[in-house]
Ligand binder design. Structure first.
Ligand SMILES: *Cc1c(COP(=O)(O)O)cnc(C)c1O
Length: 431
């Protein structure tokens, strides 16, 4: 795949796109329209399955936003769904599955140790528990209630403080905040257990962090303190799955259900084997551990492994070309509407994929950005635009009050056309 010419690549991408849509059709029980020869038969149990979204009255949405947790992030590709389905048929020894999936992933992702966690946030908690155990030699049962009398400090740059700090604090850890390089150097003491680096922080609003990745790492290692990197939403590019561990980060977490398109309640903790082993000791099924409630079932462990196998067959170039085609389909549908300015923007680190920006003059067009959002939500299926719509610049997306942001990468085949038509209708419909 990586060695093919660009024309082969687009052909390959079209084929895999067709295969994807055909198996989606097969799963929904409709007649395949694109030639039966390549269609993948759905397992009988899926073909007969009850649609519980319909039964429960839960709307199925078109995700023109991105891998947002509240929108249930990504959908698993057919090959991953089938692996989950097969895994569901048999019990196994959980510990055996945890250990062997970790060994398999470590080899594929070129690091010493790996653990399938309950998501990136679960991975951050287990990274903290592992670093605490490594520094103190404590048992899992000491976390969190004895953490106050143990080594328990984590050094973090002020600009890297975020909502996921909670995942560390859960272990009874204390965060020591630093701004300057001198403060960072002075912050290390006998209680320091780890540092946390928020990889996408430089795309956030507010004052920039003063210490970059490499310097951060080097100084921590001078003090023999392990560094955790939160790269939850930072794939693509695919190579990021090994880039940061190879750079020397002792632990790196990724969300399994975002760009990787595995189960939403799975994630990866990658890094040094002695630390991923300690992370495993601090999680389910160990009942006396902070991670007992962060269970990853056999289906999700297998789904995570299958998602990595699937991902390693993809190419960033082919995927980007596909997302750009989606952007073009949608922008073609609205380009003749007065005042509309079209641009495509790719954030540098997190969600590093093309996003379509449609800026227009609400006075001339006669509809505000929030009215467009309401109109898109009011029909079936409801369409969710990227939450940076109508927002000031954020997370590498230069939006503003008059800009619609379309996150195209979670759209399913056929949906870009629907989104284009519906945005056009929402912009031209009289109030
Ligand atoms: C999404 C995200 C998380 C949490 O990931 P989950 O897999 O949902 O637990 C943590 N950190 C960052 C930076 C994220 O974007």
């Amino acid at each position: 795949m990586f060695s093919t010419s660009s024309s082969d690549r687009s052909l390959f991408s079209r084929r895999s796109f067709l295969r994807w849509s055909q198996s989606a059709i097969a799963l929904f029980g409709a007649a395949p329209v694109m030639g039966a020869a390549e269609a993948v038969a759905a397992p009988a149990s899926e073909a007969l399955a009850v649609d519980y979204y319909d039964k429960l009255g839960v709307d199925k949405i078109i995700n023109a936003a991105g891998t947002y947790t509240t929108l249930t992030a990504a959908c698993m590709p057919p090959q991953v769904r089938r692996a989950v389905e097969v895994a569901a048929h048999h019990p196994v020894h959980l510990h055996d599955l945890q250990v062997k999936s970790g060994e398999y992933l470590a080899k594929k992702l070129r690091c010493e140790g790996a653990l399938v966690t309950s998501g990136a946030a679960g991975a951050i908690t287990l990274a903290t528990a592992a670093c605490m155990a490594s520094a103190n030699g404590n048992t899992p049962g000491d976390i969190p209630q004895n953490a106050g009398s143990m080594k328990n400090e984590i050094i973090v740059q002020k600009a890297h403080r975020y909502g996921y700090d909670h995942a560390m604090l859960l272990c009874g850890a204390v965060i020591r905040e630093v701004v300057t390089l001198d403060e960072y150097k002075a912050a290390f003491n006998e209680k320091t257990i780890m540092t946390n680096f928020f990889n996408a922080a430089e795309e956030e609003e507010g004052p920039p962090a003063q210490i970059g990745r490499e310097q951060w790492l080097e100084i921590a290692h001078q003090h023999n303190v392990p560094c955790h990197l939160d790269a939850a939403a930072d794939m693509p590019p695919i190579e990021n799955l090994w880039k940061y561990t190879q750079m020397g980060f002792d632990l790196v977490c990724f969300s399994g259900g975002k760009g990787i398109r595995g189960p939403q309640n799975a994630g990866l903790l990658l890094g040094k084997k002695h630390l991923t082993d300690l992370a495993l000791a601090n999680t389910n099924p160990n009942g006396d551990a902070v991670g007992r409630g962060m269970k990853v079932a056999k289906e999700q462990i297998v789904g995570m492994v299958a998602a990595i196998d699937w991902l390693l067959e993809q190419s960033d170039e082919a995927n980007t070309a596909e997302y750009n085609r989606y952007c073009k389909t949608i922008s073609d549908a609205v380009k003749n509407i007065p005042t509309v300015q079209i641009s495509v923007v790719t954030p540098k680190i997190a969600n590093h994929v093309p996003h379509l920006l449609l800026k227009y003059d609400p006075e001339k067009v006669g509809v505000t950005v929030s009215q467009v959002q309401e109109r898109l939500r009011a029909q079936k299926p409801p369409i969710e635009l990227n939450p940076n719509t109508g927002h000031k610049p954020n997370q590498g997306i230069p939006s503003d009050a008059n800009t619609l942001v379309v996150g195209v990468w979670m759209l399913q085949p056929g949906e870009p056309e629907v989104v284009g038509r519906r945005i056009r209708a929402a912009l031209t419909q009289k109030a």
